[in-house]
Design a protein around this ligand. Structure first.
Ligand code: HXC
Ligand code: NAP
Length: 273
């Protein structure tokens, strides 16, 4: 098969929540393709480590500490990145929180924590970066999850939050299309070695095998799978794709994804929180 190569030299890419896992993999993809990249997250240690990692690709890299729940701090960060880089060609919003808990034992604050990080956080990231997005031409990528449209046991908070994220994608695609900004969601499947899978997958090699078997393509995904999808969706090749919720999941959300919720519920029944 022909390798796809993308050229993002001269482009500025901001990845909110880009200091680990899938989002860092996406940031790496853009840095490798020649873009200047900025990332933000809460932990100074993670920001510094991600900046060092991304600098190995050879381009310009900026890192900021911020909590996506704090709109005022985001305004400062986006203004500072804009002063350094200029307008953003690509904005990725991927900060999220997850823990498995049954709805009937979840505290209001636990529900709110995930709603605030995933949904309000995505709103804040889009809202406060808007002034600095290239018009026309920018592409916004929200990182969703199969939970947005596949109901899962122990995931009421995440399902509600990510469904909201996808509706933000679709409403901002409507509102911002006229100024030449495209907004799409990428929906990762089960991505090996990530924090999300550490929290949700059944334990051990048997758990990993069960997850892989629940995917029609019979493997877990990689952060590189998401990086390639992000490079595509932000490219001219996808220039007429707007307001789309695109699973990058080997077909997992067609059926197998629900199994993870059933296994979480079974583990909870055995006393595992
Ligand atoms: C029940 C829990 C809990 C748990 C926290 N809470 N962990 N409830 N079970 N395991 C409750 C707390 O008791 C508290 O409620 C409320 O949630 C807020 O907790 P804090 O610790 O104060 O929140 P905060 O410091 O803001 O941390 C947010 C967090 C944390 C989500 C709880 O885990 C986090 O920062 N996560 C970021 C990394 C992450 O989750 N990555 C995975 C993303 S994967 P009370 O009532 O006690 O005050 C993903 C999708 C994967 O999103 C999809 C795979 C298919
Ligand atoms: P991860 O490594 O925990 O990544 C989350 C990132 O967001 C980190 O950089 C984290 O850094 C940052 N973050 C978390 N809360 C934040 C906050 N309040 N403010 C600012 N930054 C914050 O998780 P992951 O598993 O790779 O997941 C990444 C994305 O993919 C998420 O949107 C998730 O919902 C989605 N997803 C994952 C999977 C999977 O298989 N893992 C499947 C479907 C969807 P700090 O801790 O420093 O803040």
């Amino acid at each position: 098969m022909t390798e796809c190569t993308f050229d993002y030299r001269g482009c500025n890419v901001f990845v909110a929540g880009g200091t680990s896992g899938i989002n860092l993999g996406i940031a790496r993809g853009f840095a490798r393709a020649g873009a200047s990249v900025a990332v933000l997250s809460r932990s100074r240690e993670k920001v510094d480590s991600a900046v060092a990692d991304l600098q190995q690709q050879g381009g310009r890299v900026l890192g900021y500490t911020a909590d996506v729940r704090d709109g005022e701090r985001l305004q400062e960060v986006f203004a500072a990145a804009h002063r350094e880089l200029g307008s953003f060609d690509v904005l990725v919003s991927g900060a999220a929180g997850n823990f498995p808990t049954a709805a009937n034992s979840m505290s209001s604050n636990a529900f709110k924590a995930v709603m605030d990080i995933d949904l309000l956080g995505t709103f804040n990231v889009l809202r406060y970066s808007y002034a600095y997005l290239r018009k026309p031409g920018a592409c916004v990528i929200n990182i969703s999850a199969p939970q947005a449209f596949v109901p899962m046991e122990m995931q009421a908070h995440v399902c509600a939050a990510k469904a909201g994220v996808d509706m933000l994608t679709r409403t901002t695609a409507l509102e911002w299309g006229p100024v030449g900004i495209r907004v799409n969601s990428l929906v990762p499947g089960p991505i090996a070695g990530t924090e999300g899978m550490k929290r949700l997958a059944p334990p051990g090699p048997a758990g990993a095998a069960m997850i892989a078997d629940s995917v029609p393509l019979k493997r877990q995904g990689t952060t590189e799978d998401l990086a390639q999808a992000a490079l595509f969706i932000a490219s001219r090749a996808a220039g007429y794709i707007n307001g789309v919720i695109l699973p990058v999941d080997g077909g997992w959300s067609l059926g197998g994804a629900g199994e993870i919720g059933r296994s979480l519920a079974a583990l909870a029944g055995q006393g595992v929180r």
